[in-house]
Write a protein that binds this ligand. Structure first.
Ligand code: KG4
Ligand code: ZN
Length: 340
């Protein structure tokens, strides 16, 4: 089966072609980071206009790189939500137009589900024995702990009460005026900083539930910036980055381990843009190695942590295999689409 994946939920315009769950024939990602960088965050109107301009060229490039003609595609998989509604609509309407005119099957994919599947892109196959799978989805829009009990069976066991993990990286980077997106920039500077230089709090680390809260941490950085009138040495900026990153990672790792223990989970997966964070990957690996029970950790390849269409195509493959297709006229973009 040849699957065309389409992703436009935020500020990446992406198209990919997958052959079953065996081979990624192409994955084209047009990142709009540079466009939104002057604003320190995504401007929805700007993102939507760029998606409109670039979506057909991106799909066309994905097909030509895969050496596949549009007519040969067996399934179209598209992200329907959650995300920015004006961005989502462009991918969804493009997919619908293609499916309708070419009379191809179509399937709508939840963006969080797609992120989870990024762990199982070839060569790592998703096997039934990996369920129940505990997934920490950490991106610019989400911080969710999801229990995947089977294919298409998700239970949300916790989430952020305010800012998402990635959002807090982006906001802190904006406060420090070091660029956008904040995650990769903070992570790079943190490598050169002292993570103990500033004692930032670990919000909700001791709470019994599996919820998160990151806005207070951002406010702490804001207070520091105000107190110092934004004047920091280069080394101090690196130290703030390292201390802030350590606080976020501490909370995330602690909650994942607690949840794994409570739900007696053996398989854990990390997903979303923040899954690219080196410290988070390292600390999670170390924590699982130390754990008494035999835990297995799945990590997406770095290039598939942030938004891409290969993960959408793969989620589509598993839906199609289980006959969970959608009707072309019924499919629609939903900004607040729930998982499950
Ligand atoms: O999954 P994604 O591409 O988009 C959403 O679905 O939101 O995630 C983007 C987010 C941004 O907030 C970005 O700052 C963060 O992922 N991010 C990182 C890293 N790379 C990207 N955060 C921490 N460390 C990184 N290395
Ligand atoms: Zn995403």
């Amino acid at each position: 089966m040849l699957i065309l994946g389409i992703e436009t939920s935020c500020d990446e315009t992406a198209g990919a072609v997958l052959k079953d769950n065996e081979k990624i024939l192409s994955s084209i990602i047009f990142s709009q980071n540079k466009l939104h960088s002057p604003y320190g965050g995504v401007v929805p109107e700007v993102a939507a206009r760029k998606h409109i301009e670039i979506i057909i060229p991106v799909i066309s490039e994905a097909l030509s790189k895969a050496k596949i003609d549009l007519k040969e595609i067996d399934l179209i998989a598209v992200t329907t939500g959650p995300g920015l509604i004006t961005s989502l609509m462009i991918g969804v309407d493009t997919a619908k137009a293609l499916a309708f005119s070419l009379k191809k099957p179509i399937v709508g994919i939840n963006h969080l589900e797609a992120h989870i599947y990024s762990n199982f892109l070839p060569p790592q196959e998703l096997k039934k024995e990996f369920f129940p799978l505990l997934c920490l989805v950490v991106s610019g829009g989400h911080t969710e702990l999801v229990l995947m009990r089977n294919f298409n069976d998700y239970k949300n066991i916790g989430g952020t009460r305010d800012d998402a993990a990635g959002e807090s990286f982006d906001k802190v980077a904006k406060l420090l005026k070091i660029g956008y997106p904040g995650g990769p920039i903070i992570s790079k500077l943190a490598d050169l900083g002292n993570s103990k230089a500033f004692a930032f709090p670990r919000p909700m680390i001791k709470s019994e539930d599996f919820d998160f809260s990151f806005s207070g941490l951002k406010t702490d950085v804001l207070r520091l910036v105000k107190k110092r009138k934004g004047r920091f040495s280069d080394q101090e900026i690196k130290n703030i980055c390292a201390s802030f990153q350590a606080a976020v990672v501490d909370v995330l790792v602690t909650k994942v381990i607690k949840a794994a223990q409570k739900y007696k989970i053996k398989n854990i997966a990390l997903a979303g843009g923040v899954a690219a964070n080196k410290l988070l990957r390292k600390r999670l690996k170390e924590a699982l190695d130390k754990s008494v029970s035999d835990l297995r950790l799945f990590l997406p390849q770095l290039e598939f942590c942030t938004d891409n269409a290969a993960m959408v195509a793969l989620a589509g493959y598993y839906r199609a295999k289980r006959n969970e297709l959608d009707q072309v006229f019924k499919i629609k973009a939903e900004a607040n689409l729930d998982l499950g």
